[in-house]
Design a protein around this ligand. Structure first.
Ligand SMILES: *Cc1c(COP(=O)(O)O)cnc(C)c1O
Length: 397
């Protein structure tokens, strides 16, 4: 998956433009910048690639989620539905606004189970936030219809699935808002960076203001700009945007390499009885950044994961035991361990999910192994890897 594997001349050239002008900030300094507007250019490139009206870049994927929620008016006491299997950024971005993360089961897509979402809706629910984990998507048709019925917003976290699609539309562009991360280990990288995308003008207008201290961005005297509401600083720098501008040009090449490598591995594993691949909703195409499969039991999955590591097959994850991606290890969330005092709404309403029944999630995540697809492998290396993976898995069944 990582774009850092293929970092080269294009990236250096883009960064050099910024260094030559010395304008490292995305706003202002028009006279000094030699016509270079890297953040703006990357936003325009993303608008084209994601077939979306508005794109706003920020400093990280986590910031993109926070700004997206803020731009839609989410605040204290609002409930946001999110999956048990995701990255910690999901609940961090919600809590940052004083809103309440409501964890909900995942199914065999490894993303939000629409039936579990429907049951979790209350009067306070404002947003449903599916996370397209490990390259593939949630059942967006089902989630869209739930959101429509209950008047909720759909926010797609596509940080791990950039370039994937659903019914021909880019992931991230289907919900009311979509978010991407360009951190160092994502499919394309800015070093650090993120983006939110939307077709709703008011969300975009709120987002660019909120992420820059509330600046209204009217006129060309920054100091004279008005601040229609309170904001924060989630700006991306021109240096980071420059790296992303080189990488977005390479996204489709990266996806093609991922698909080739993924397909070789998948074909080798599909011969093995006892392996079931993760379900991709009908009409969906993965971005092929991970190959995900289920083994017959938790015990076999854990053993197989260990054996893969011992046999030199690196980059395979057993998320069930992972500190960052599965609710079982989020004791800092369930025990509400914060530095300062949390808002009353959060203290009162945050469920204690160490006591919740997520056995439906456990059934899937406990049997899942996820293997990262790298860009830098040669075909020979992938073929060797495929043989070694197949033999290792077979030996554990
Ligand atoms: C990486 C990631 C994020 C956060 O992105 P950062 O740029 O690292 O802040 C959010 N959600 C998911 C699913 C991610 O994988």
């Amino acid at each position: 998956m990582p774009g850092f594997e293929l970092f080269g001349e294009q990236e250096k050239k883009q960064v050099q433009d910024v260094l030559d002008s010395g304008v490292l900030m995305r706003y202002g300094f028009d006279g000094m910048r030699n016509g270079h507007w890297k953040a703006k250019e990357l936003e325009a490139a993303l608008e084209r690639r994601m077939k979306t009206e508005y794109v706003h870049l920020v400093s990280s994927g986590t910031a993109a989620l926070t700004v997206a929620l803020a731009s839609a008016g989410v605040g204290a006491g609002d409930e946001v539905i999110m999956p048990t299997f995701t990255f910690v950024a999901s609940f961090e971005s919600i809590l940052a606004l004083g809103a309440i993360p409501i964890l909900v089961d995942v199914d065999d897509t490894l993303t939000l189970d629409p039936k579990a979402v429907a049951t979790a809706i209350t009067k306070r629910t404002k947003v449903v936030m599916p996370v397209h984990m490990c390259g593939s998507m949630a059942d967006l048709t089902a989630l869209q219809s739930i959101c429509k019925e209950h008047g909720l917003l759909l926010l797609e976290d596509a940080c791990q699935a950039i370039g994937g699609s659903y019914n021909g539309k880019p992931l991230g562009s289907i919900g009311d808002l979509g978010c991407f991360s360009f951190d160092y280990v994502k499919t394309i990288t800015c070093g650090e960076g993120g983006a939110l995308i939307t077709n709703t003008k008011s969300f975009y207008e709120n987002a660019h203001k909120y992420s820059d201290h509330g600046h209204d961005h009217i006129g060309n005297d920054r100091g004279a700009e008005a601040h229609p509401f309170l904001g924060y600083n989630f700006r991306i720098s021109e240096l980071n945007a420059a790296v992303g501008l080189a990488q977005i040009d390479r996204l489709d090449d990266f996806l093609e390499i991922q698909k080739r490598n993924y397909t070789i591995l998948r074909e080798a594993l599909s011969e093995i009885p006892g392996i079931v691949f993760r379900r991709v909703p009908e009409g969906g195409e993965e971005n092929y950044s991970f190959l995900n499969f289920f083994l017959p039991s938790e015990e076999v999955a854990r053993k197989t994961h260990a054996a893969l590591g011992q046999n030199g097959v690196d980059g395979c994850f057993y998320w069930f035991d992972n500190n960052w991606h599965y609710y079982r290890r989020w004791e800092h969330l369930t025990q509400k361990k914060s530095l300062g005092k949390l808002p009353e709404d959060v203290l009162e309403s945050l469920p204690d999910d160490s006591k919740s029944d997520f056995s439906a999630s456990d059934r899937w995540v406990g049997r899942n192994i996820s293997c990262l697809i790298k860009l830098s492998w040669t075909i020979e290396e992938v073929q060797q890897r495929a043989q070694r993976m197949a033999a290792t898995i077979q030996s554990q069944l």
